[in-house]
Design a protein around this ligand. Structure first.
Ligand code: SAH
Length: 456
């Protein structure tokens, strides 16, 4: 059989209308039916495209000239932001982003032949500056230690001071720390030669508490001029409650190493969610958009319509955010989580808040669920908040055989949600009302939603 040959070649140029947007936020144009994915091109726009890379079944391109512009284009974002991977949907107006997310979910359910309404995406009032955590690479650019963000699909650092979606106080702190590092002539890490000192600066800031933690990730144990650096950070950033050095001597893309040393102040910062206190260490997972997390979990809890007598399972319990926020509305909660550190955080968080009707178990949700079912555990409500890969068939079987009245599914990936919904429906459950998207990550392609499955 003759090998299929792409109808375009690198550097070829042509004009076309953008007909679609991929789930990664790239514009789709066609050259004789052959799809070309184009960065920063919006449906309805007409563009002159230059082919940058050709694969067997598709190609990539860039906009050489925009001949017709869409009304959905957002002009209030600077080019540096768009060239990095930090805010891939920022070229769309916020209203268009919300429609895009709702539409993605609709399409995925349609593909699974599930007929269900999808509500309008609940958005943020002010969809920028929301992230409570930043991890920025530190590299040498034109001979100078620089902080910023990687250009899309690369490890080339674009210098940035305004990160658009991070808490502006965090952005300011990063500039202060960068300037101190310049002043004391610290060496930025060099990936190619695995040399230099400073790899990453991570900053977290409590949304309610305003407590800040600075984590400096270094290649070696020794952090030169640590004393001066600490003094400078304390002076310039009074919100800082904790300065930590994390050592990562590996040649890896993984940001944090295993060793943490508290250079100054506390080992944790705290923040609140639903009025409950959470202690957050350098390695802890904590939701990065505290404002919408309250909306998301608040909605999940509201949709569960708890009466106070329920036995609840929180599968994928993480640091216990869902368990602890429902604890005072139910009889008891059991959480299961695979990461030991998260289970330890969850237990500590329960204790700090004086909550004693929750239990956290370490393990795989899919295995624990089967054990519980075998032990005849009878949950009234099961919350699932799985990672992107969604649930396993075994977990769904075990969960539905326990016959809870409700399964509340919090999803960060509509593709696996729609797949799992099909099995849940086959197993005797039906969707209550509509799927509700909530924009946890404005300006990015991430899509969160809550769906309630009721026992038929
Ligand atoms: N609601 C939680 C976060 C859920 S994120 C919170 O706010 O803290 C998904 C969680 O599932 C992560 O904590 C991840 O470590 C955990 N996880 C991933 N695979 C798992 C599995 N097979 N069994 C149990 N937990 C798992």
């Amino acid at each position: 059989m003759a090998k299929f040959k792409a109808p375009v070649i690198k550097n070829q140029e042509f004009e076309a209308e953008v007909v679609d947007l991929t789930y990664q936020g790239m514009g789709v144009v066609k050259f004789e039916d052959f799809p070309v994915f184009v960065v920063d091109a919006i449906p309805g726009e007409v563009v002159r495209v230059g082919i940058t890379k050709v694969q067997t079944n598709f190609a990539f391109g860039r906009v050489i000239k925009r001949l017709k512009e869409s009304d959905d284009r957002n002009h209030n974002v600077d080019q540096a932001t768009l060239t990095t991977g930090i805010a891939p949907l920022a070229n769309l107006t916020y209203a268009a982003q919300l429609r895009f997310k709702q539409n993605q979910i609709e399409q995925l359910f349609k593909k699974m032949h599930i007929d269900v309404p999808v509500n309008e995406t609940i958005g943020m009032e002010n969809p920028i500056g929301y992230r409570n955590k930043a991890q920025v690479p530190v590299r040498t650019v034109r001979g100078e230690l620089t902080t910023g963000f990687y250009r899309r699909n690369s490890h080339i650092l674009v210098p940035i001071e305004d990160y658009y979606i991070q808490d502006p106080e965090i952005d300011k702190a990063i500039v202060v720390i960068r300037d101190l590092m310049r002043r004391y002539q610290l060496d930025a890490y060099d990936e190619a030669t695995h040399s230099g000192e400073i790899r990453t600066v991570m900053v977290r800031r409590g949304y309610y508490s305003h407590e800040m933690m600075v984590v400096i990730v270094t290649r070696r144990n020794k952090l030169p001029v640590a004393e001066l650096l600490i003094e400078g950070i304390k002076q310039a950033l009074p919100e800082v409650k904790s300065i930590i050095q994390n050592v990562n001597s590996e040649k890896t893309n993984v940001i944090l190493g295993k060793t943490n040393k508290t250079l100054w102040g506390a080992d944790y910062i705290s923040d609140t969610l639903f009025g409950k206190t959470f202690e957050i260490g350098p390695m802890s997972f904590y939701q990065v958009n505290p404002q919408t997390t309250e909306v998301l979990y608040g909605l999940a809890v509201e949709k569960a319509a708890l009466t106070g007598d329920e036995m609840v399972i929180d599968a994928y319990s993480g640091i216990g955010t869902i368990s602890l926020s429902v604890a005072d509305k139910v009889k008891e909660v059991i959480g299961v989580e695979i990461v030991p550190g998260a289970v330890a955080d969850a237990k500590r968080n329960a204790k700090i808040n004086g909550i004693d009707n929750v239990k956290f178990e370490l393990g795989k949700a899919e295995e624990k669920m089967v054990e519980w079912q075998a032990a005849d555990v009878k949950p009234d409500v099961i919350f699932v908040d799985p990672p992107r890969k969604g649930l396993t068939p075994e977990l769904i079987t075990a969960a539905t055989e326990m016959q809870p009245k409700k399964i509340v599914y919090i999803s960060c990936n509509p593709a696996t949600l729609a797949r799992d919904a099909a099995q849940l429906i086959e197993s005797g459950y039906q969707i209550d009302g509509a799927v509700q998207p909530i924009d946890q990550f404005p300006q990015t392609t991430h899509i969160e939603s809550v769906t309630v499955f009721l026992k038929k």
